[in-house]
Design a protein around this ligand. Structure first.
Ligand SMILES: C[S@@+](CC[C@H](N)C(=O)[O-])C[C@H]1O[C@@H](n2cnc3c(N)ncnc32)[C@H](O)[C@@H]1O
Length: 238
């Protein structure tokens, strides 16, 4: 795909085909914290044993960050790490599957996480692996796309739905500046986000997300990374 003016192009769901030419996944994975943040505090006498550590990576695109995170965590946690990466775009999932370097531990499925019928494949994965919850659910750079397409209540529903299934919730929200850029790009391409002007969570959207997770979903922030080159912070909530 040709890239003009260093512009990733206009898309509705953040389903950029060339995403990792712009977002350096190697640099982002370096911002992830060490094992203690990923693991729950153990009560005396409890042990994690040899049980694999299970992650759901929501909006995994073509899997580049997913693969790097898998490798990073396998080394840090010194146990098997299993990842299910899901994305709304079947072409990205096809590519992620074709380029999967660890098919024994990493799998991919095409799922719109807000679609209950499609989300059944995540539920099936949980049943097959005897999971009540994932050890961690990662939402890297996806909140803005959920927000732009499903409004404030859709974003709250997304956070609540995933929070219910996660021991640890990892969120890298896009700040408002990114919304303005995405809106400008789509406008240039002759389209619009119909909900853009109606959003109530706006200039401080990252703070609104944090308040919602802490106050309404009763989560506690354990860690916040240094900002990425796009001024996004990766936040860990237990
Ligand atoms: C900007 S990319 C981020 C990719 C990756 N998480 C990262 O940070 O490197 C956002 C991804 O979310 C996906 N996405 C958007 N809405 C989704 C939905 N409702 N369900 C699943 N995936 C979705 C897009 O297709 C896209 O690949």
């Amino acid at each position: 795909m040709e890239i003009r003016n260093n512009d990733p192009g206009a898309v509705q769901y953040g389903n950029f085909f060339n995403y990792y030419q712009f977002s350096d996944a190697t640099e982002r994975v370096k911002l992830l914290p060490d094992a203690d943040i990923w693991l729950p505090a153990l009560i005396d006498g409890e042990s994690q044993g040899d049980k694999p550590y299970f992650i759901l990576d929501v909006g995994c695109n073509c899997g580049v960050l997913t693969q790097l995170m898998h490798k990073y965590l396998k080394e840090r946690l010194r146990r098997t790490v299993k990842v299910l990466g899901v994305d709304i775009d079947p072409r990205l999932i096809q590519r992620a599957t074709a380029e999967n370097e660890s098919p024994e531990d990493v799998s991919y499925a095409c799922v719109d996480v807000l679609d209950d019928a499609a989300f059944e494949s995540v539920k099936t994965y949980m049943k097959e692996n005897d999971l009540q919850k994932f050890d961690a659910i990662c939402c890297y750079s996806i909140t803005m796309w959920i927000h732009l397409n499903h409004h404030d209540q859709g974003l709250r529903f997304f956070l609540q739905k995933l929070s219910n299934l996660a021991e640890l919730l990892v969120v890298e929200p896009q700040p408002w500046k990114c919304y303005q850029k995405a809106e400008r790009r789509l406008k240039k391409a002759g389209e619009i986000f119909p909900l853009f002007l109606e959003l109530k969570w706006r200039s401080d959207v990252d703070l609104q997300i944090q308040n919602y997770l802490e106050e309404s979903l009763d989560r506690r922030k354990l860690f916040e990374s240094a900002p990425t080159k796009w001024q996004r912070k990766i936040c860990f909530y237990r």
